[in-house]
Design a binder for this molecule. Structure first.
Ligand SMILES: Nc1ncnc2c1ncn2[C@@H]1O[C@H](COP(=O)(O)OP(=O)(O)OP(=O)(O)O)[C@@H](O)[C@H]1O
Length: 517
């Protein structure tokens, strides 16, 4: 029953805020038209559409707020005004009772809190829509941060997701506009995203992988996971001491080199993308701090690993080659790359795609190179590709969104940051590695176990192959001989026939000559 009421409340909110107009310009179902007319009485649609959508999502609660936040990153799908407005959505959720947090921890560990931690700060340090964080100390004296999932998240999410799926079905059935927006696919993607975020073990594993990858770089610190204390709904990690990156004045006062910090940010990101193919994809300022401790002064601290992106070798190659071709203004190459990689249908005309890409990229060269936003270029490229029936891969959209975040952050720290010159050496080094002897050696090494299995059997396979080949050679030879005999006979008859004809002509001519003279 509560589901029915929730459904009615959602429909009512959608109609009151005029979201029906926003999503569906032409209704085909008469009952929806009728319902809209009833609810429309007295509704005020003067506010811009993005603002109305944001307010409606806030009214609908945390899951819808999260949905709006996730959608705000899909600038390749949404008009700019709506995406900008959705980006303003904030998790304004009160912290949950610490008694509840403690109960969750005790249930997860099956022991009273006093046996798990030596100390536990009951006032949370931060609280968001999915989890909240408390500081604590382990029995061995180690200081930790404890992330606890909000209670009853799963049932609440399942209920709202079921309603979202139902509404997506309506929207899709209601009009052609609705179908074009693929609402069911969008909700499906959101469903997966939320479930990933709800598993703190998964987040801990992401953190551990990133920490390992970043170990040798000395530019960023990632908390170590205390695995014995990590569960799907409780995550315990090393406590970090840092100043939020947003507090620029505090960092300046402490003597942090802002230009270096901006460059380091780009270096970290490009290392994660091009070297590791595994990147932190939730780079908002709330998740980034800077260490002011003497031993690690000026180093980044990265937090919150719920969202990471992974790139395959071919994704990396696609990106590196596209960026390179773009900066050489070789739009034909960009178009060819899209076709070669199978991104656009093979029937696509290179010249048409090239023209579309030129129209999208050329305006960027009006400004100095350092002002060009790679995130924007990538986004425009994706928007152009869509016109050529390209389904943009989610990991590339995630990357583009993170790139925008990194650029924004970098330029805030250093307005003169030249992103391209910082990123270029990475791309060049990476491209060189792709074709150089190192890559060949690495590939041979990777294939070595397969060769080791294959080699002992090779003589047997070779002799078998030759035997088969010999048999088939004989057959082919016989066929060839028969064919040659046939050709010889034909030639013989042609030669003899032709000779006879010529001799006949000569004889006739001689006879005629005898008669004339
Ligand atoms: N290991 C840590 N050491 C110190 N402080 C931490 C640690 N982990 C988290 N925090 C604090 O808790 C805050 C929230 O953490 P985190 O971003 O992981 O939670 P969240 O619920 O995923 O939040 P959101 O989704 O809004 O980013 C951080 O901004 C930071 O202040």
């Amino acid at each position: 029953m509560s589901r029915v009421f929730r459904g009615i409340f959602i429909t009512w909110t959608v109609l009151r805020f005029g979201l029906d107009e926003l999503v569906l310009s032409s209704f085909e179902k008469p009952w929806i038209r009728m319902l809209t007319r009833i609810v429309s009485v007295g509704r005020n649609l003067k506010a811009p559409r993005g603002e109305r959508l944001r307010e409606a999502l806030e009214r609908l609660g945390p899951i819808f707020v999260k949905f709006g936040q996730v959608m705000s990153t899909r600038r390749d799908l949404l008009p700019t005004d709506i995406a900008n407005e959705l980006a303003k959505l904030q998790d304004r959720v009160p912290p949950f009772d610490s008694a509840v947090a403690i109960a969750i921890i005790e249930k997860a560990f099956g022991r009273p809190l006093a046996q798990i931690f030596a100390t536990f700060e009951s006032t949370p340090v931060a609280s968001a829509s999915i989890a909240q964080v408390h500081f604590a100390t382990l029995p061995n004296g180690r200081e930790v941060a404890v992330k606890v999932l909000r209670p009853n998240m799963l049932p609440a999410i399942e209920k709202d997701l079921a309603l979202m799926r139902m509404m997506a079905g309506w929207v899709e059935g209601a009009s052609a506009d609705g179908k074009r927006l693929k609402p069911r696919e969008v909700v499906g993607e959101f469903d997966k995203y939320l479930h990933d975020e709800l598993d703190l073990l998964r987040e801990a594993a992401n953190a551990a992988q990133l920490r390992r990858n970043m170990q040798g770089l000395d530019l960023v610190m990632i908390p170590e996971m205390v695995w014995d204390y990590c569960m799907p709904d409780v995550m315990v990690m090393q406590r970090m001491y840092g100043t939020p990156i947003g507090q620029i004045q505090r960092l300046l006062d402490a003597g942090v080199d802002m230009k270096k910090l901006a460059r380091d940010g780009v270096t970290i990101f490009f290392t994660q993308v091009f070297r590791d193919g595994f990147f932190h994809a939730d780079m908002h300022p709330g998740n980034i701090q800077v260490s002011l401790e003497p031993a690690t002064f000026g180093r980044y601290i990265s937090l919150d690993f719920g969202i990471v992106g992974t790139l395959t070798e071919s994704d990396k190659e696609y990106l590196a080659q596209n960026f390179s071709a773009f900066f050489q203004r070789d739009y034909k190459r960009v178009a060819e790359l899209h076709i070669e990689s199978g991104w656009v249908p093979p029937s696509t005309r290179v010249d048409e795609l090239e023209a579309a890409i030129r129209a999208c990229c050329e305006p960027y060269f009006d400004r100095p190179l350092k002002e060009i936003s790679l995130g924007m270029v990538l986004m425009r490229l994706f928007q152009t590709s869509r016109r050529f029936q390209v389904e943009i891969q989610p990991q590339l959209v995630l990357l583009q969104k993170t790139l925008l975040n990194i650029e924004g952050l970098g330029r805030e720290l250093d307005p003169d940051l030249d992103l391209w010159s910082t990123a270029k050496p990475f791309l060049e080094k990476w491209m060189l590695e792709q074709v150089g002897p190192e890559k060949l050696l690495a590939q041979l090494k990777a294939e070595a176990p397969a060769y080791a299995k294959l080699l002992p059997g090779l003589p047997r396979l070779l002799s078998q192959y030759l035997k088969d080949r010999h048999g088939s050679n004989n057959r082919e030879l016989l066929e060839l001989l028969v064919e040659q005999k046939r050709t010889n006979k034909l030639l013989q008859s042609l030669i003899y026939g032709g000779l006879g004809f010529v001799l006949g002509l000569i004889a006739m001519q001689m006879l005629l000559r005898v008669r004339v003279f």
